[in-house]
Design a protein around this ligand. Structure first.
Ligand SMILES: [Zn+2]
Ligand SMILES: [Zn+2]
Length: 200
């Protein structure tokens, strides 16, 4: 029987290599993809571990998604406003990288409209994110007169005045505080106890 230390030594008795990516850890060589170029596989392996490579690719894809989304959002608004995309960018500050950065931020932090809900809980992910022109009678200056809100808030805005939207925000804020408390209670078991009382 091998002692634990001996077993560990045997397990790790393979050639190891230090990742040159963010983790910087010493890994088993198998954790580094074989370097490929134009379809040929070289015996040499990548200097960045598999996990660091994967994470970099995922982050990039996530960023790209917001860029693609912002490009189509901008095109859509340009058509609706009757202002060319180039003018929206140069005169009104609709600069794609900034838009994508802010869209990503709001996606992570919640709707900027009355509901303030988190996007991760919504059914359609980043499709639920829309760019709202707050005051449609004022110039559409990006950042000053725009905000990223969810589809539901955007739809409900169509029928309401800005004052009504402000009143709705107050209602949502109170509800969100209640919800947060409820979620905590839920974990503490009160909801479950209530349920048991109701069905027994
Ligand atoms: Zn790594
Ligand atoms: Zn919302």
């Amino acid at each position: 029987m091998l002692g634990i230390q001996a077993a560990e030594r045997r397990l790790f008795d393979v050639s190891r290599k230090q990742c040159q990516g963010p983790c910087g850890l010493l890994h088993d060589e198998i954790f580094f993809h074989k370097a490929t170029r134009a379809g040929y596989i070289y015996p040499a392996r990548s200097n960045v571990c598999q996990a660091c490579q994967q994470e970099a690719r995922d982050t990039e894809k996530f960023r790209d998604r917001f860029l693609v989304k912002c490009r189509s959002t901008r095109r859509h608004h340009a058509r609706k406003l009757g202002i060319p995309v180039e003018v929206l960018e140069s005169e009104y500050g609709w600069y794609l990288p900034r838009m994508a950065h802010e869209a990503e931020h709001v996606y992570g932090n919640g709707c900027q409209g009355p509901c303030g809900r988190s996007f991760s809980g919504m059914a359609n992910g980043h499709h639920d994110l829309t760019l709202d022109i707050i005051d449609r009678d004022a110039p559409p200056v990006y950042g000053a007169n725009t905000r990223w809100i969810c589809m539901t808030c955007n739809r409900s805005k169509g029928k309401r005045s800005l004052a009504e939207m402000a009143r709705l925000s107050v209602c949502w804020a109170r509800w969100n505080i209640w919800k947060k408390k409820f979620d905590i209670d839920n974990w503490a078991g009160t909801m479950f106890e209530g349920l048991v009382q109701r069905i027994s």
